[in-house]
Design a protein around this ligand. Structure first.
Ligand code: AMP
Ligand code: GLY
Length: 421
């Protein structure tokens, strides 16, 4: 079989390694992939936003199955175009990917169908929003409606912060048209849990839960990033809470999307907060999370391609989705300065003995040498029988990867270990 994977980061590397475990897979094309995954996939220099070129490539190379991983191409209809060209694909169509593509849509969906989430107001005028934050409870949360590279959320500790966020998103158009509308919502507190799920619109099958570490610095300090590390399973996510989430959030969301004529097929990501009065949705993503995928898929015992094809064919209930009882930890090694400005092009060495434990997020070849090519460069991942061992093993992998100005957090999993005590 010929598989095409759209995307080029650590998440895609984790997906590709897992797909390669299926003996029926002959070749995987990564569009665009990155140099660090060249041993696992054939990298094709096409941008993830050039949907027509992706479809042309898939057709001319007789691709049997496509997996679209990143948010932008999903929201822009990459799966629609691939399927129209006769190529079965994993991922939601554009009319369902809107669950991530528009926060106004997802908040209104949750309100309409009684799915627990933070109380909110929608604004299409900066003047109205500025008036509202004069008196709303503080802290408050300001969110750009559309996709914003994961940076469209501002936790405003003061009224001035809230005003500044509104001006920057709605008037200065920091995220372009994504800021034409905003959501201002209640500030919630509680442990956060990421639950990725497979769904074909008929059943929802949650994957093992995980915990992201979004801030750049130890102790959850510093700027928000795309994620500096993950652990799975998330110890806060007990079987009782999981049962409640299925009943109050996962199934209601699937049914709501069906009722709206927007059946979601693919990986639906639930970003949850476990509040004192129950679990609530912080965000939906229409895709695998990154770096969550880098801990979740190594724990998947069943065959990923089989599951994905079952999602496409709407027979997910018939296949086995089994996770190991162990734990996993992923420590992201980034270029110093990330998520601000950072240098690229540093020679990158991954020692042979850990090659199978490193997902490469940002690398390129320069004069035949592997060099860094991104903020997040590597995801050093280990699985073990329990969380403490997985964390220890992941940091041992970190010792065996090398580039100048490498930066990583030293406390990935520390909060989870505390919860276990
Ligand atoms: P998002 O980009 O939607 O994942 O938001 C980024 C982060 O902001 C989340 O992981 C939360 O930590 C935080 N956040 C978002 N919404 C809220 C909220 N209503 N209350 C408290 N924290 C929030
Ligand atoms: N790690 C969070 C995300 O993928 O959105």
């Amino acid at each position: 079989m010929k598989i095409l994977v759209v995307g080029g980061g650590g998440r895609e590397h984790a997906i590709i390694k897992k797909l390669n475990e299926n003996p029926a897979v002959d070749v995987i094309y990564a569009v665009p992939g990155n140099a660090g995954m060249a041993e696992d996939a054939e990298c094709v220099k096409i941008s993830v936003s050039d949907l027509d070129a992706i479809v042309d490539f898939a057709k001319s190379h007789f691709v049997d199955y496509a997996v679209v991983a990143p948010d932008n191409p999903l929201v822009d209809g990459c799966v629609d175009k691939l399927e129209e060209a006769g190529i079965p694909s994993f991922g939601p169509r554009a009319n369902a990917a809107i669950i991530e593509g528009s926060k106004v849509f997802s908040k209104n969906l949750m309100k309409k169908y009684g799915i627990p989430t933070a109380a909110y107001e929608v604004f299409t005028s900066a003047a109205d929003a500025l008036e509202y934050v004069k008196t709303c409870p503080i802290p408050t949360v300001v969110k750009a409606d559309g996709l914003a590279l994961g940076k469209g959320v501002v936790i405003a500790e003061t009224r001035e912060d809230a005003q500044a966020a509104i001006v920057s998103i709605m008037e200065d158009k920091k995220f372009g048209a994504s800021g034409d509308s905003i959501v201002i919502e209640e500030f919630l507190t509680g442990p956060e849990v990421s639950v990725l799920s497979f769904t074909d619109g008929k059943v929802v099958v949650p994957m093992v839960s995980s915990m992201d570490h979004k801030r750049a610095l130890d102790g959850d300090k510093g700027l928000n990033t795309g994620g500096m590390g993950t652990i799975a399973p998330n110890p806060y996510y007990t079987p009782e809470i999981a049962e409640r989430c299925m009943k109050e959030i996962f199934l209601p969301t699937m049914h709501a999307m069906n009722k709206e004529g927007r059946t979601f097929k693919g990986c639906l990501y639930f970003g949850l907060m476990l509040c004192a009065d129950g679990p609530k949705v912080i965000e939906y993503n229409c895709r695998f999370g990154d770096p969550e995928t880098q801990v979740v898929l190594p724990l998947l015992k069943s065959d990923l391609l089989t599951i994905m094809q079952a999602v496409t064919d709407e027979r997910l209930a018939d296949v086995e989705v089994e996770f190991s009882d162990g734990a996993a930890c992923c420590v992201v090694v980034a270029s110093d300065g990330y998520p601000g400005s950072y240098e690229k092009g540093r020679p990158l060495v991954i020692e042979d003995e850990v090659k199978d434990k490193v997902f490469v997020a940002g690398a390129a070849f320069k004069d035949g040498v592997l060099v860094t090519n991104g903020g997040r460069v590597l995801g050093c991942t280990a699985t073990a029988e329990d969380l403490p061992s997985a964390i220890k093993a992941a940091y041992e992998v970190v010792e065996k990867v090398h580039f100048d100005n490498a930066y990583f957090r030293h406390d990935i999993g520390a909060k989870a270990l505390k919860a276990l005590e």
